[in-house]
Design a protein around this ligand. Structure first.
Ligand SMILES: NC(=O)c1ccc[n+]([C@@H]2O[C@H](COP(=O)([O-])OP(=O)(O)OC[C@H]3O[C@@H](n4cnc5c(N)ncnc54)[C@H](O)[C@@H]3O)[C@@H](O)[C@H]2O)c1
Length: 333
């Protein structure tokens, strides 16, 4: 099969491509990535000979059309996106350009060039948040109520994919997963940021009182779910989660323990104006296909800490001026 993966130099994309080459080496993989600050071509150094790598922007209609025309893809998996909520409050424009216009460009080309299946990688954030004491879990059929520019752009992309694929032969799968963690994640996101700070013996900045709850899934579990849906899922929307939401404070306490440090390494900073409280998903639909997340939070955090410890240079390279300016702006260090 000929498969296009966009955003494959980012966090989930790098893990996805490594997994695909291990589990399905017989397929033919093309990747497209613009290499924003979050993308790193070196994430694919060990497998680059096995890939057709195109450095390009998914919003570039001409370049993308030439690629679709030449390659005759069977499957397109769209992971290319601007992904950091904090940055979306600073400048929302790239979020709407890539996440909305870029996705629209790809889905139109997928229809025009008779791609069989289009997999749009979305997020649980499109549902909006829940009260901290709620035990509700969002279902795929629930209404969308995103609250920040990032999640709004992702919800718009979902709705456009649904609308533009309707009545066509294109099989559309939308995945909505909870927060991922694991190797190759840019250290502005909570877990690699915390690991980086602890490795440098610095305090971890935490928004508000740290009670916001997230359901962390190890990236390889999400990647396995995407692969399953890409090959065997009936077209539709699928939630993906580990299934155990915990507060940011509980998560960081676990991390601190693995560094033999205590809560004095947490520093509370002024909260964002809009900060979703709790996300939780009903995953019975994907479970009915035989999927469940295998890696416990304890195992996943250990694997993640070990990976960053063994790849200190990955964190150092990322900590350029842009990263430090960003930290300063967001956390008012
Ligand atoms: N990380 C999470 O916890 C999480 C959770 C749920 C859903 N998602 C979704 O999964 C997808 C991947 O997330 P991630 O965490 O790997 O993101 P990331 O920020 O690590 O990587 C995004 C990649 O997309 C590339 N990119 C950005 N704009 C592009 C453009 N215009 N053209 C081509 N490439 C472009 C970047 O260079 C980067 O390699 C996103 O769609 C995101 O919304 C992520």
């Amino acid at each position: 099969m000929k498969i296009l993966v966009t955003g494959a130099c980012g966090f989930i994309g790098s893990n996805f491509i490594h997994y695909l080459l291990d589990s399905h080496p017989e397929d033919n993989y093309t990747i497209v990535d613009k290499l924003t600050y979050a993308g790193d071509i070196h994430n694919l150094d060990d497998i680059k000979e096995k890939l057709d790598i195109r450095i390009a922007d998914i919003t570039d209609e001409k370049t993308m059309e030439e690629l679709f025309y030449k390659k005759d893809f069977d499957i397109v998996v769209n992971m290319a996106a601007e992904t950091h909520v904090d940055r979306s409050f600073i400048d929302e424009e790239p979020f709407f350009r890539t996440n909305v216009l870029g996705t629209t460009n790809l889905i139109k080309l997928a229809k025009k060039y008779h791609v069989r299946r289009f997999v749009q990688i979305s997020t649980d954030e499109v549902y909006g948040d829940l009260a901290l004491d709620s035990d509700y879990r969002y279902k795929e059929t629930d209404r969308l109520a995103p609250s920040n520019p990032y999640s709004i752009s992702k919800a718009m992309a979902d709705l456009l994919c649904l609308s533009l694929s309707k009545g066509s032969e294109l099989e559309l799968i939308i995945t909505r997963s909870t927060n991922n963690y694991g190797p190759y994640q840019y250290p502005e996101k909570l877990i690699p940021l915390a690991i980086d700070r602890l490795l440098s013996d610095k305090k971890i900045p935490v928004y508000g009182d740290g009670r916001n709850m997230r359901d962390w899934i190890y990236v390889l579990d999400n990647v396995r779910a995407i692969d399953l849906l890409m090959r065997k899922g009936t077209p539709g929307i699928y939630n993906i989660a580990y299934g155990h939401p915990i507060s940011n404070l509980e998560l960081l306490t676990d991390l601190l323990r693995s560094f033999d440090k205590d809560e004095s390494y947490i520093t509370f900073v002024k909260d964002r104006k809009v900060h979703d409280l709790r996300y939780a998903l009903d995953v019975s639909k994907i479970e009915s296909l035989g999927f469940d997340a295998k890696i416990t939070l304890k195992e996943g955090l250990k694997k993640t800490v070990d990976w960053y410890k063994a790849h200190r240079s990955y964190l150092e390279v990322k900590k350029d001026r842009a990263y430090n300016d960003y930290l300063k702006k967001v956390y008012e260090e």
